[in-house]
Design a protein around this ligand. Structure first.
Ligand code: BG6
Length: 477
Protein backbone atom coordinates (compact mmCIF):
# COMPACT_ATOMS: atom_id res chain seq x y z
CA UNK A 1 0.00 0.00 0.00
CA UNK A 2 1.23 3.48 -0.87
CA UNK A 3 1.42 5.65 2.19
CA UNK A 4 1.12 9.27 1.15
CA UNK A 5 4.05 11.36 2.29
CA UNK A 6 3.10 14.20 4.61
CA UNK A 7 3.84 16.73 1.92
CA UNK A 8 2.10 14.95 -0.97
CA UNK A 9 -0.75 16.86 -2.53
CA UNK A 10 -3.98 15.21 -1.35
CA UNK A 11 -5.60 12.86 -3.89
CA UNK A 12 -8.66 15.12 -4.13
CA UNK A 13 -6.62 18.32 -4.45
CA UNK A 14 -8.40 20.83 -6.68
CA UNK A 15 -5.95 21.58 -9.48
CA UNK A 16 -7.61 24.64 -10.89
CA UNK A 17 -7.52 27.86 -12.81
CA UNK A 18 -9.58 31.02 -12.42
CA UNK A 19 -11.23 33.95 -14.18
CA UNK A 20 -13.77 36.71 -13.51
CA UNK A 21 -16.87 37.66 -15.48
CA UNK A 22 -15.90 41.17 -16.58
CA UNK A 23 -12.40 40.07 -17.53
CA UNK A 24 -13.41 37.26 -19.89
CA UNK A 25 -17.07 37.25 -20.87
CA UNK A 26 -17.60 40.27 -23.11
CA UNK A 27 -21.22 40.33 -24.37
CA UNK A 28 -21.64 43.26 -22.05
CA UNK A 29 -25.28 43.92 -22.97
CA UNK A 30 -26.35 40.51 -24.30
CA UNK A 31 -29.53 38.68 -23.34
CA UNK A 32 -30.90 41.29 -20.99
CA UNK A 33 -27.76 42.04 -19.00
CA UNK A 34 -27.77 45.43 -17.29
CA UNK A 35 -24.70 47.68 -17.11
CA UNK A 36 -22.22 47.26 -14.27
CA UNK A 37 -20.14 50.03 -12.74
CA UNK A 38 -17.19 48.78 -14.83
CA UNK A 39 -19.13 49.09 -18.09
CA UNK A 40 -19.36 52.82 -17.45
CA UNK A 41 -16.10 53.46 -15.61
CA UNK A 42 -13.89 52.02 -18.37
CA UNK A 43 -15.45 54.45 -20.87
CA UNK A 44 -14.37 57.51 -18.86
CA UNK A 45 -11.22 59.04 -20.35
CA UNK A 46 -7.92 58.08 -18.74
CA UNK A 47 -9.22 55.43 -16.35
CA UNK A 48 -7.72 52.28 -17.90
CA UNK A 49 -4.65 51.42 -19.97
CA UNK A 50 -5.29 52.90 -23.43
CA UNK A 51 -8.98 53.01 -22.61
CA UNK A 52 -9.33 49.23 -22.72
CA UNK A 53 -12.65 47.75 -21.63
CA UNK A 54 -14.50 44.46 -21.31
CA UNK A 55 -17.20 45.02 -23.96
CA UNK A 56 -15.83 42.03 -25.86
CA UNK A 57 -13.04 40.89 -23.50
CA UNK A 58 -12.03 37.41 -24.73
CA UNK A 59 -15.62 36.67 -25.75
CA UNK A 60 -15.93 33.75 -23.34
CA UNK A 61 -19.70 34.30 -23.30
CA UNK A 62 -19.91 33.05 -26.87
CA UNK A 63 -17.04 30.55 -26.62
CA UNK A 64 -17.89 28.63 -23.47
CA UNK A 65 -17.82 25.25 -25.22
CA UNK A 66 -14.43 25.88 -26.79
CA UNK A 67 -12.96 27.13 -23.51
CA UNK A 68 -14.32 24.27 -21.43
CA UNK A 69 -13.01 21.80 -24.04
CA UNK A 70 -9.54 23.30 -23.51
CA UNK A 71 -9.94 22.92 -19.73
CA UNK A 72 -10.91 19.29 -20.22
CA UNK A 73 -7.94 18.70 -22.51
CA UNK A 74 -5.70 20.12 -19.79
CA UNK A 75 -7.21 17.80 -17.19
CA UNK A 76 -8.28 20.66 -14.95
CA UNK A 77 -10.01 19.51 -11.75
CA UNK A 78 -11.56 22.89 -10.85
CA UNK A 79 -12.51 26.09 -12.60
CA UNK A 80 -13.17 29.24 -10.64
CA UNK A 81 -15.34 31.84 -12.38
CA UNK A 82 -17.55 34.69 -11.23
CA UNK A 83 -21.19 35.44 -11.89
CA UNK A 84 -22.03 38.91 -13.10
CA UNK A 85 -24.72 40.29 -10.79
CA UNK A 86 -26.27 42.53 -13.51
CA UNK A 87 -26.70 39.49 -15.77
CA UNK A 88 -28.96 37.98 -13.12
CA UNK A 89 -30.60 41.20 -11.92
CA UNK A 90 -30.08 43.88 -14.61
CA UNK A 91 -30.88 46.69 -12.17
CA UNK A 92 -29.53 44.91 -9.10
CA UNK A 93 -32.86 43.57 -7.85
CA UNK A 94 -36.43 43.00 -8.92
CA UNK A 95 -37.13 40.50 -11.68
CA UNK A 96 -34.64 37.70 -12.31
CA UNK A 97 -33.22 37.63 -15.83
CA UNK A 98 -33.59 33.96 -16.72
CA UNK A 99 -31.24 34.23 -19.71
CA UNK A 100 -28.44 35.25 -17.36
CA UNK A 101 -28.99 32.26 -15.10
CA UNK A 102 -29.19 29.99 -18.14
CA UNK A 103 -25.75 31.10 -19.33
CA UNK A 104 -24.12 30.09 -16.04
CA UNK A 105 -26.13 26.89 -15.93
CA UNK A 106 -24.69 25.93 -19.32
CA UNK A 107 -21.20 26.67 -18.09
CA UNK A 108 -21.67 24.72 -14.86
CA UNK A 109 -23.27 21.74 -16.61
CA UNK A 110 -20.50 21.64 -19.15
CA UNK A 111 -17.82 21.75 -16.41
CA UNK A 112 -19.51 18.94 -14.50
CA UNK A 113 -19.87 16.85 -17.66
CA UNK A 114 -16.08 17.08 -18.02
CA UNK A 115 -15.37 16.22 -14.39
CA UNK A 116 -14.35 19.79 -13.53
CA UNK A 117 -15.48 21.11 -10.15
CA UNK A 118 -17.08 24.56 -10.49
CA UNK A 119 -15.90 27.16 -7.95
CA UNK A 120 -18.43 29.99 -8.11
CA UNK A 121 -17.52 33.55 -7.09
CA UNK A 122 -20.59 35.60 -6.21
CA UNK A 123 -19.00 39.02 -6.57
CA UNK A 124 -15.91 40.01 -8.52
CA UNK A 125 -16.42 43.79 -8.57
CA UNK A 126 -19.07 44.23 -11.31
CA UNK A 127 -21.75 45.92 -9.22
CA UNK A 128 -25.00 46.77 -11.04
CA UNK A 129 -24.69 50.43 -12.07
CA UNK A 130 -28.32 50.97 -11.02
CA UNK A 131 -27.45 50.33 -7.36
CA UNK A 132 -24.49 52.68 -7.53
CA UNK A 133 -26.79 55.40 -8.82
CA UNK A 134 -29.72 54.64 -6.57
CA UNK A 135 -27.99 54.57 -3.20
CA UNK A 136 -24.23 54.68 -3.70
CA UNK A 137 -23.62 50.92 -3.82
CA UNK A 138 -21.45 49.71 -0.95
CA UNK A 139 -21.93 52.95 0.96
CA UNK A 140 -25.53 52.15 1.87
CA UNK A 141 -26.81 49.34 4.07
CA UNK A 142 -29.62 48.68 1.59
CA UNK A 143 -27.08 46.75 -0.45
CA UNK A 144 -27.05 44.00 2.18
CA UNK A 145 -30.61 42.89 1.36
CA UNK A 146 -30.10 43.26 -2.38
CA UNK A 147 -26.88 41.28 -2.32
CA UNK A 148 -28.53 38.56 -0.23
CA UNK A 149 -31.44 38.28 -2.66
CA UNK A 150 -29.04 37.91 -5.57
CA UNK A 151 -26.92 35.31 -3.77
CA UNK A 152 -29.92 33.28 -2.59
CA UNK A 153 -31.15 33.21 -6.20
CA UNK A 154 -27.87 31.53 -7.15
CA UNK A 155 -27.89 29.23 -4.13
CA UNK A 156 -31.37 28.01 -5.00
CA UNK A 157 -30.51 27.44 -8.63
CA UNK A 158 -27.09 25.80 -8.22
CA UNK A 159 -27.06 24.22 -4.75
CA UNK A 160 -27.11 20.68 -6.13
CA UNK A 161 -24.34 21.35 -8.64
CA UNK A 162 -21.84 23.71 -7.02
CA UNK A 163 -20.07 22.77 -3.79
CA UNK A 164 -17.38 25.49 -3.58
CA UNK A 165 -18.40 29.14 -3.40
CA UNK A 166 -16.50 32.40 -2.99
CA UNK A 167 -18.46 35.29 -1.46
CA UNK A 168 -16.61 38.57 -2.10
CA UNK A 169 -13.47 38.64 -4.22
CA UNK A 170 -10.74 40.88 -2.83
CA UNK A 171 -12.96 43.25 -0.88
CA UNK A 172 -9.72 44.71 0.48
CA UNK A 173 -8.10 45.43 -2.89
CA UNK A 174 -11.28 46.50 -4.68
CA UNK A 175 -12.51 48.91 -2.01
CA UNK A 176 -9.03 50.33 -1.38
CA UNK A 177 -8.88 51.19 -5.07
CA UNK A 178 -12.48 52.39 -5.15
CA UNK A 179 -12.47 54.61 -2.03
CA UNK A 180 -8.84 55.43 -1.21
CA UNK A 181 -6.88 55.51 -4.46
CA UNK A 182 -9.74 56.49 -6.75
CA UNK A 183 -8.67 53.91 -9.31
CA UNK A 184 -11.77 51.65 -9.33
CA UNK A 185 -15.36 52.90 -9.57
CA UNK A 186 -16.74 55.06 -7.99
CA UNK A 187 -13.23 56.61 -7.86
CA UNK A 188 -13.49 58.24 -4.44
CA UNK A 189 -10.52 59.27 -2.27
CA UNK A 190 -11.84 59.50 1.26
CA UNK A 191 -10.65 57.32 4.14
CA UNK A 192 -13.75 57.72 6.27
CA UNK A 193 -16.01 56.67 3.40
CA UNK A 194 -13.63 53.83 2.67
CA UNK A 195 -13.88 52.32 6.16
CA UNK A 196 -17.65 52.86 6.19
CA UNK A 197 -18.23 51.11 2.85
CA UNK A 198 -15.85 48.36 3.85
CA UNK A 199 -17.82 47.74 7.05
CA UNK A 200 -21.03 47.40 5.06
CA UNK A 201 -19.31 44.93 2.76
CA UNK A 202 -18.37 42.83 5.83
CA UNK A 203 -22.01 42.79 6.88
CA UNK A 204 -23.12 41.75 3.40
CA UNK A 205 -20.48 39.05 3.33
CA UNK A 206 -21.60 37.68 6.69
CA UNK A 207 -25.27 37.83 5.73
CA UNK A 208 -24.81 35.77 2.59
CA UNK A 209 -22.63 33.23 4.40
CA UNK A 210 -25.37 32.87 6.99
CA UNK A 211 -27.98 32.35 4.26
CA UNK A 212 -25.70 29.85 2.54
CA UNK A 213 -25.99 27.44 5.48
CA UNK A 214 -29.74 27.12 4.90
CA UNK A 215 -29.65 26.85 1.14
CA UNK A 216 -26.49 24.90 0.32
CA UNK A 217 -26.05 22.15 2.89
CA UNK A 218 -22.72 20.42 2.46
CA UNK A 219 -21.31 23.34 0.49
CA UNK A 220 -18.30 25.42 1.47
CA UNK A 221 -18.11 29.20 1.25
CA UNK A 222 -15.54 31.87 2.06
CA UNK A 223 -14.27 35.20 0.78
CA UNK A 224 -11.17 35.48 -1.42
CA UNK A 225 -8.70 37.77 0.24
CA UNK A 226 -5.88 39.57 -1.59
CA UNK A 227 -3.16 38.62 0.84
CA UNK A 228 0.16 40.39 0.55
CA UNK A 229 1.94 39.36 3.74
CA UNK A 230 3.89 42.21 5.31
CA UNK A 231 7.65 42.04 5.93
CA UNK A 232 9.72 44.48 8.01
CA UNK A 233 12.53 46.19 6.08
CA UNK A 234 14.91 45.49 8.98
CA UNK A 235 15.04 44.52 12.65
CA UNK A 236 15.13 48.19 13.62
CA UNK A 237 12.22 48.43 16.09
CA UNK A 238 10.85 51.33 14.02
CA UNK A 239 10.60 49.06 10.99
CA UNK A 240 9.14 46.28 13.11
CA UNK A 241 6.44 48.65 14.33
CA UNK A 242 5.77 49.80 10.76
CA UNK A 243 5.42 46.14 9.79
CA UNK A 244 3.00 45.47 12.68
CA UNK A 245 0.98 48.52 11.63
CA UNK A 246 0.89 47.40 8.01
CA UNK A 247 -0.10 43.81 8.80
CA UNK A 248 -2.90 45.06 11.03
CA UNK A 249 -4.22 47.80 8.72
CA UNK A 250 -3.78 46.07 5.37
CA UNK A 251 -4.47 42.44 6.26
CA UNK A 252 -5.85 41.66 9.72
CA UNK A 253 -8.47 44.40 9.37
CA UNK A 254 -10.18 42.06 6.90
CA UNK A 255 -9.07 38.66 8.06
CA UNK A 256 -10.02 39.18 11.72
CA UNK A 257 -13.36 40.70 10.73
CA UNK A 258 -14.15 37.74 8.46
CA UNK A 259 -12.92 34.97 10.73
CA UNK A 260 -13.24 36.33 14.29
CA UNK A 261 -16.01 38.89 13.78
CA UNK A 262 -13.98 41.74 15.29
CA UNK A 263 -11.53 44.44 14.25
CA UNK A 264 -7.90 44.39 15.35
CA UNK A 265 -7.43 46.51 18.44
CA UNK A 266 -4.60 48.95 17.64
CA UNK A 267 -5.96 49.80 14.20
CA UNK A 268 -9.46 50.37 15.57
CA UNK A 269 -8.09 52.59 18.34
CA UNK A 270 -6.12 54.62 15.79
CA UNK A 271 -9.15 55.10 13.52
CA UNK A 272 -11.39 56.11 16.44
CA UNK A 273 -8.79 58.67 17.48
CA UNK A 274 -8.77 60.02 13.90
CA UNK A 275 -12.54 60.00 13.48
CA UNK A 276 -12.27 57.49 10.63
CA UNK A 277 -13.62 54.35 12.29
CA UNK A 278 -16.72 52.78 10.75
CA UNK A 279 -20.03 53.12 12.51
CA UNK A 280 -20.70 49.82 14.27
CA UNK A 281 -24.39 49.45 15.10
CA UNK A 282 -25.93 47.10 17.63
CA UNK A 283 -26.01 43.61 16.13
CA UNK A 284 -23.27 44.21 13.56
CA UNK A 285 -20.55 42.24 15.31
CA UNK A 286 -23.01 39.48 16.19
CA UNK A 287 -23.83 39.17 12.50
CA UNK A 288 -20.14 38.98 11.63
CA UNK A 289 -19.71 36.16 14.12
CA UNK A 290 -22.71 34.31 12.71
CA UNK A 291 -21.35 34.56 9.18
CA UNK A 292 -17.76 33.37 9.45
CA UNK A 293 -16.36 31.38 6.51
CA UNK A 294 -15.79 27.64 6.03
CA UNK A 295 -12.45 28.28 4.39
CA UNK A 296 -10.31 31.25 3.39
CA UNK A 297 -9.75 31.90 -0.31
CA UNK A 298 -6.25 33.28 -0.77
CA UNK A 299 -5.26 35.41 -3.75
CA UNK A 300 -1.50 35.57 -3.49
CA UNK A 301 0.77 37.45 -5.88
CA UNK A 302 3.52 39.12 -3.81
CA UNK A 303 4.71 40.21 -0.40
CA UNK A 304 5.20 43.86 0.60
CA UNK A 305 8.06 45.20 2.68
CA UNK A 306 7.48 48.07 5.09
CA UNK A 307 9.55 50.71 6.78
CA UNK A 308 9.05 53.57 9.16
CA UNK A 309 7.05 56.52 7.80
CA UNK A 310 6.99 59.64 9.97
CA UNK A 311 4.09 62.09 10.25
CA UNK A 312 4.17 64.27 7.14
CA UNK A 313 5.77 61.40 5.18
CA UNK A 314 4.77 59.26 2.21
CA UNK A 315 1.05 59.06 1.30
CA UNK A 316 -0.89 56.40 -0.64
CA UNK A 317 0.18 56.14 -4.28
CA UNK A 318 -1.22 54.41 -7.34
CA UNK A 319 0.30 51.19 -8.67
CA UNK A 320 2.24 50.65 -11.88
CA UNK A 321 -0.26 50.07 -14.70
CA UNK A 322 2.15 50.34 -17.63
CA UNK A 323 4.56 47.44 -17.15
CA UNK A 324 7.50 49.84 -17.15
CA UNK A 325 9.74 48.23 -14.58
CA UNK A 326 10.85 50.38 -11.68
CA UNK A 327 8.09 52.98 -11.89
CA UNK A 328 6.15 51.98 -8.76
CA UNK A 329 6.46 54.70 -6.09
CA UNK A 330 6.61 54.05 -2.38
CA UNK A 331 3.14 54.19 -0.84
CA UNK A 332 2.08 54.52 2.75
CA UNK A 333 0.17 56.16 5.54
CA UNK A 334 2.09 58.92 7.34
CA UNK A 335 2.82 57.98 10.93
CA UNK A 336 2.16 54.29 10.30
CA UNK A 337 4.12 52.63 7.48
CA UNK A 338 5.32 52.91 3.90
CA UNK A 339 6.47 50.37 1.34
CA UNK A 340 10.06 49.93 0.29
CA UNK A 341 11.57 47.57 -2.30
CA UNK A 342 12.81 44.24 -0.96
CA UNK A 343 16.46 43.94 -2.05
CA UNK A 344 16.30 40.14 -1.78
CA UNK A 345 13.60 39.67 -4.39
CA UNK A 346 13.32 39.90 -8.17
CA UNK A 347 10.25 41.63 -9.54
CA UNK A 348 7.99 41.31 -12.57
CA UNK A 349 7.80 44.10 -15.14
CA UNK A 350 4.95 45.54 -13.06
CA UNK A 351 7.28 45.63 -10.01
CA UNK A 352 5.48 42.80 -8.22
CA UNK A 353 7.98 40.96 -5.97
CA UNK A 354 8.37 37.31 -6.95
CA UNK A 355 8.34 35.52 -3.62
CA UNK A 356 7.24 31.89 -3.37
CA UNK A 357 8.42 31.71 0.24
CA UNK A 358 5.99 34.55 0.89
CA UNK A 359 3.19 32.24 -0.14
CA UNK A 360 4.34 29.60 2.33
CA UNK A 361 4.43 32.31 4.99
CA UNK A 362 0.94 33.47 3.96
CA UNK A 363 -0.50 29.97 4.27
CA UNK A 364 1.18 29.41 7.62
CA UNK A 365 0.05 32.69 9.10
CA UNK A 366 -3.54 32.09 8.02
CA UNK A 367 -3.68 28.48 9.01
CA UNK A 368 -2.26 28.97 12.48
CA UNK A 369 -4.21 32.15 13.30
CA UNK A 370 -7.62 31.04 12.06
CA UNK A 371 -7.46 27.23 11.99
CA UNK A 372 -9.48 27.13 8.77
CA UNK A 373 -8.92 25.23 5.52
CA UNK A 374 -7.43 27.35 2.76
CA UNK A 375 -7.75 27.49 -0.98
CA UNK A 376 -5.43 29.38 -3.29
CA UNK A 377 -8.10 31.07 -5.37
CA UNK A 378 -5.57 33.08 -7.41
CA UNK A 379 -1.84 32.98 -8.04
CA UNK A 380 -0.02 33.77 -11.24
CA UNK A 381 2.30 35.98 -13.22
CA UNK A 382 1.19 38.85 -15.45
CA UNK A 383 3.69 39.46 -18.23
CA UNK A 384 4.12 40.63 -21.82
CA UNK A 385 3.81 37.33 -23.69
CA UNK A 386 4.86 37.07 -27.32
CA UNK A 387 3.32 34.88 -29.97
CA UNK A 388 6.45 33.90 -31.89
CA UNK A 389 6.93 32.99 -35.55
CA UNK A 390 6.64 29.27 -34.72
CA UNK A 391 3.05 29.97 -33.64
CA UNK A 392 3.86 29.34 -29.98
CA UNK A 393 4.15 31.25 -26.74
CA UNK A 394 7.33 30.36 -24.83
CA UNK A 395 6.33 31.46 -21.34
CA UNK A 396 9.05 29.63 -19.43
CA UNK A 397 9.12 32.54 -16.90
CA UNK A 398 5.49 31.74 -16.05
CA UNK A 399 6.27 28.05 -15.63
CA UNK A 400 9.12 28.98 -13.27
CA UNK A 401 6.79 31.24 -11.28
CA UNK A 402 4.00 28.69 -10.97
CA UNK A 403 6.35 25.78 -10.23
CA UNK A 404 8.05 27.64 -7.38
CA UNK A 405 4.70 28.62 -5.91
CA UNK A 406 3.37 25.06 -6.11
CA UNK A 407 6.49 23.93 -4.25
CA UNK A 408 5.61 26.52 -1.61
CA UNK A 409 2.13 24.94 -1.39
CA UNK A 410 3.78 21.59 -0.80
CA UNK A 411 5.89 23.10 1.98
CA UNK A 412 2.80 24.66 3.51
CA UNK A 413 1.15 21.23 3.53
CA UNK A 414 4.24 19.97 5.32
CA UNK A 415 3.81 22.83 7.79
CA UNK A 416 0.37 21.43 8.54
CA UNK A 417 -1.86 23.76 6.54
CA UNK A 418 -5.04 22.26 5.12
CA UNK A 419 -5.03 23.29 1.48
CA UNK A 420 -8.07 22.36 -0.60
CA UNK A 421 -6.79 23.46 -3.97
CA UNK A 422 -4.85 25.83 -6.14
CA UNK A 423 -6.44 27.99 -8.82
CA UNK A 424 -3.87 29.57 -11.08
CA UNK A 425 -4.75 33.01 -12.37
CA UNK A 426 -5.81 32.71 -15.13
CA UNK A 427 -7.04 30.02 -17.53
CA UNK A 428 -7.18 32.07 -20.73
CA UNK A 429 -5.65 35.51 -21.07
CA UNK A 430 -7.98 38.09 -19.59
CA UNK A 431 -8.56 41.82 -19.47
CA UNK A 432 -6.45 43.17 -16.62
CA UNK A 433 -8.72 45.82 -15.05
CA UNK A 434 -6.29 48.73 -15.25
CA UNK A 435 -3.50 47.24 -17.38
CA UNK A 436 -5.45 46.29 -20.48
CA UNK A 437 -4.78 43.21 -22.59
CA UNK A 438 -1.01 43.59 -22.61
CA UNK A 439 -0.63 42.13 -19.10
CA UNK A 440 -1.26 38.45 -19.75
CA UNK A 441 -1.81 35.71 -17.21
CA UNK A 442 -3.32 32.74 -19.04
CA UNK A 443 -2.30 29.20 -19.92
CA UNK A 444 -4.13 29.94 -23.15
CA UNK A 445 -3.09 32.92 -25.24
CA UNK A 446 -5.90 34.94 -26.78
CA UNK A 447 -5.02 36.82 -29.91
CA UNK A 448 -6.23 40.32 -29.21
CA UNK A 449 -4.96 43.70 -27.98
CA UNK A 450 -6.58 47.03 -27.05
CA UNK A 451 -7.81 47.42 -30.64
CA UNK A 452 -9.28 43.92 -30.95
CA UNK A 453 -8.12 40.80 -32.76
CA UNK A 454 -9.10 37.35 -34.01
CA UNK A 455 -9.75 36.05 -30.45
CA UNK A 456 -8.08 32.80 -31.52
CA UNK A 457 -6.99 30.57 -28.61
CA UNK A 458 -3.38 29.30 -28.58
CA UNK A 459 -2.01 26.95 -25.92
CA UNK A 460 1.11 28.36 -24.28
CA UNK A 461 4.05 26.22 -23.11
CA UNK A 462 2.67 26.61 -19.59
CA UNK A 463 -0.52 24.85 -20.72
CA UNK A 464 1.40 21.66 -21.49
CA UNK A 465 3.44 21.97 -18.31
CA UNK A 466 0.40 22.38 -16.03
CA UNK A 467 -1.32 19.51 -17.80
CA UNK A 468 1.57 17.18 -16.87
CA UNK A 469 1.65 18.51 -13.31
CA UNK A 470 -2.05 17.67 -12.91
CA UNK A 471 -1.61 14.25 -14.52
CA UNK A 472 1.11 13.42 -12.00
CA UNK A 473 -0.95 14.71 -9.05
CA UNK A 474 1.80 17.24 -8.38
CA UNK A 475 4.61 14.67 -8.22
CA UNK A 476 6.37 16.17 -11.23
CA UNK A 477 6.45 19.89 -10.90
C1 BG6 B 1 -6.60 40.25 -8.50
C2 BG6 B 1 -7.96 40.16 -9.11
O1 BG6 B 1 -6.48 41.52 -7.96
O2 BG6 B 1 -5.48 40.11 -9.27
C3 BG6 B 1 -7.95 39.80 -10.57
O3 BG6 B 1 -8.84 39.37 -8.38
C4 BG6 B 1 -6.79 40.47 -11.26
O4 BG6 B 1 -9.20 40.12 -11.11
C5 BG6 B 1 -5.53 39.90 -10.67
O5 BG6 B 1 -6.77 40.36 -12.66
C6 BG6 B 1 -4.26 40.47 -11.26
O6 BG6 B 1 -4.23 41.85 -11.15
P1 BG6 B 1 -3.87 42.73 -12.40
O7 BG6 B 1 -3.97 44.14 -11.92
O8 BG6 B 1 -2.49 42.36 -12.79
O9 BG6 B 1 -4.86 42.38 -13.45
Amino acid sequence: MHHPKFNDFPADFLWGAASAAYQVEGAWDADGKGPSVWDLFTKLPGKTFEGSNGDVAVDHYHRVEEDVALMAEMGLKAYRFSVSWPRIFPTGRGEVNEAGLAFYERLIDSLIAHGIEPVLTLYHWDLPQALQEEYGGWEDRRIIDDFERYCVTLYQRFAGKVKYWVSLNEQNYNLTNAYQLGTHPPAVQDRKRFFAANHIAFLANARVIKAFRQHVPGGLIGPSFAYSPAYPASCDPKDMLAFENAEEFTNLWWLDAYCFGRYPQAALAYLRENGEAPEILAGDLELLREGTPDYIGVNYYYTLTFTDNPIGGQTMQRINTTGQKGTTPSSGVPGLYKTTPNPHLETSNWDWAIDPTGMRIALRRLSSRYGLPLMITENGLGEFDKLTADGRVHDDYRIAYLRSHLKACQEALQDGAELLGYCAWSFTDILSWLNGYQKRYGFVYVERDEQGGSLRRIKKESFHWYKSVIASGGKTL
